[in-house]
Design a protein around this ligand. Structure first.
Ligand SMILES: [Zn+2]
Ligand SMILES: [Zn+2]
Length: 74
């Protein structure tokens, strides 16, 4: 993950998917399982990449250098 402070100068806000935990709990049959939050990649905070929407540069189609392909900054 790329740190939002390095790109935007401000910290990313708390991830609303995992409420800042970086992991989410889900039920798998009778078991409670925990997995890494897919929205923030386990960082617990995120902000959309200012340079792309899906991790690829809209101009070149190559991996976005701003977010290194994550589409979000941490
Ligand atoms: Zn999250
Ligand atoms: Zn990007």
């Amino acid at each position: 993950m790329v740190d939002a402070i390095d790109v935007l100068g401000v910290a990313a806000s708390e991830c609303d998917e995992c409420e800042g935990a970086g992991t989410v709990t889900f039920c798998h049959g009778p078991y409670e399982r925990t997995r890494e939050c897919h929205a923030c990649y386990g960082a617990g905070r995120r902000t959309p990449c200012p340079g792309c929407t899906d991790g690829t540069s809209p101009n070149t189609g190559e991996t976005c250098w701003t977010c290194e392909g994550f589409a979000v900054l941490s």
